[in-house]
Design a protein around this ligand. Sequence first.
Ligand SMILES: Nc1ncnc2c1ncn2[C@@H]1O[C@H](COP(=O)(O)OP(=O)(O)OP(=O)(O)O)[C@@H](O)[C@H]1O
Length: 263
Amino acid sequence: MRDTLTAPVISAKNLSLTFQTNDGPVHALKDVSLDIAKGEFVSFIGPSGCGKTTLLRVIADLEQPTEGTLTVNGMSPEAARKARAYGYVFQAAGLYPWRTIAGNVKLPLEIMGFSRSEQEARVERVLELVELSGFARKFPWQLSGGMQQRASIARALAFDADILLMDEPFGALDEIVRDRLNEQLLELWARTEKTIGFVTHSIPEAVYLSTKIVVMSPRPGRITDIIDSPLPRERPLELRDSPEFIEIAHRVREGLRAGHLDD
Ligand SMILES: Nc1ncnc2c1ncn2[C@@H]1O[C@H](COP(=O)(O)OP(=O)(O)OP(=O)(O)O)[C@@H](O)[C@H]1O
């Protein structure tokens, strides 16, 4: 599947972004270069404030870089956004409490003007993908935190974007729920062949999920290491006890430490 001859889906070259604030400039990203191939699962890991969210937002055309170039599917991020290339999953599920789960998932489809029958078919399909088929008519408060986050993933999948951008989607959940969601996300990724960009603070989560791990350092946010994971795509949770897994986790930790030494 990972054909080295195909052009990258996301290509960043020397991206920098400086926010101008009342307290002076904040260098959120500095000289970030990265290629992401179709179907990859890429995690961005680094300490708070290192620019992970900013990088995801630049890819999604929610922020403009100050320097450098970025293409998504060979187009500008703006053109890619207009072509509905992305689904975005935020830290908090962000579901509307007065809408049912189906109603929440349907919302972007309503806005995009899909026909009613197409909306119904898509909602059914994505709720099945995230294993929430029986919960379409429930309201968000009737679901656990993990289920709400799955509903927000379903919403991001509903319009069938090629790229799923996820900003610490499981950060607020306990470890057991998180493990299960990680497994489910890998299954979903295998079934849909999406390209995924995933922000996390957790080393095990990054190593468990990713085909590529991008390690970032703060002030200004730079990439300190890019690790192409040798782990197989099929990943039972027990893989986390294997020497290969521990070795990659060690390398991520070293990358994080190296970033801090430059402070
Ligand atoms: N709109 C903005 N205006 C000014 N500064 C900003 C803005 N957005 C982000 N920043 C600053 O840019 C830096 C990078 O922020 P960003 O949210 O990308 O970091 P992060 O790695 O995602 O952090 P966290 O892990 O805490 O979510 C931080 O110092 C942040 O305060």
